[in-house]
Design a protein around this ligand. Structure first.
Ligand code: ADP
Length: 278
């Protein structure tokens, strides 16, 4: 949090309360994303992470509080202006219909094009780069309906990259990817963050990926803010057990970051057995 205070804040919520017809889901959230930060948003299922992303993009209007994008209330921006500053990679890929991969990625350029304006060299280059970075160029001309879930997920990430917005919000971008592609996507996000200074807020189910790649983690539970800070401060055994309701061991992974291991009932039984042995 101290970092976010010193650095330029590009996106923040001030006492944000929002929800659906069924009622309030998030209450009084104060979140800050500083320029060039790579922040992980974590918390159990149903804690409000996706709802918070919807609030941050204006899809859900605040019931109370406000969202501030680069110093101005989100309400004061035309949608197109928001999309130029902020790219969203949603959790579920939209139904791909008959579009080709390239056409889907080209949609990322929409906020940069005037009405009736054709594709320019700069747009083609952004699309080419996004396809290359996500390793989707090989099937750029195939219909998206033919892709596997993991391939489609990379295409949706490519669309977000083609948007070339300085802020990226991602909702579990690696949920359907194998471990190799998980690492590639997080490596890519880390490069975009370090080399291009993009500010990234990424919802992650995987505490260990979040721990390894994010400089700061924000933990939500039951629609409330619990804590935030560097992974070693947030990912403690007591806190994870308290919030997720399961037993874990936290030690240090090979990269020096906290590593969380679930203690399953089997492991705990095994533990008890070992301890009982003379
Ligand atoms: P997370 O992303 O942390 O799993 P969500 O933001 O998806 O959590 O959900 C938080 C709460 O909001 C849950 O109780 C969920 O049932 C509710 N919720 C999510 N989406 C909707 C919706 N479209 N309409 C009504 N309630 C919703």
């Amino acid at each position: 949090m101290s970092d976010a205070r010193i650095r330029d804040v590009v996106l923040e919520t001030r006492g944000l309360t929002c929800g659906y017809d069924g009622g309030v889901v998030l209450e009084g959230i104060n979140l800050r994303l500083a320029r060039g930060e790579f922040v992980g948003l974590i918390g159990p299922n149903g804690s409000g992470k996706t709802t918070l992303l919807r609030g941050l993009t204006g899809v859900l209007r605040p019931l109370e509080g406000d969202v501030v994008l680069e110093g101005r209330s989100l309400r004061s921006y035309p949608r197109r202006e928001v999309a130029r500053r902020l790219a969203v990679v949603p959790q579920m890929a939209p139904a791909p219909f008959e579009f080709t991969v390239r056409e889907i990625v080209q949609m990322g350029r929409t906020p940069h094009l005037g009405r009736l304006q054709g594709e320019r060299a700069v747009d083609r280059e952004a699309v080419r780069r996004a396809l290359e970075l996500t390793e989707t160029a090989a099937f750029a001309d195939r219909p998206a309906t033919e892709l596997s879930g993991g391939e489609l997920q990379r295409v949706v990430i490519a669309r977000g990259l083609a948007q070339e917005s300085p802020i990226m919000l991602l909702d579990e971008p690696v949920a359907f990817l194998d471990i190799n592609h998980q690492a590639q996507i997080f490596d890519l996000l880390a490069r975009l963050n370090a080399e291009e200074g993009r500010s990234i807020l990424c919802v992650s189910h995987d505490l260990n990926l979040a721990s390894e790649y994010c400089e700061r983690l924000v933990l939500l539970s039951g629609g409330r803010y619990v804590t935030d800070g560097p992974p070693e401060q947030v990912l403690t055994e007591e806190r994870i057990q308290g919030v997720y309701g399961c037993r874990v061991v936290v030690d240090q992974g090979p990269g020096g970051h906290p590593r969380v291991t679930l203690l399953s009932e089997r492991t705990q039984g095994h533990d008890a057995g070992t301890e009982a042995d003379p």
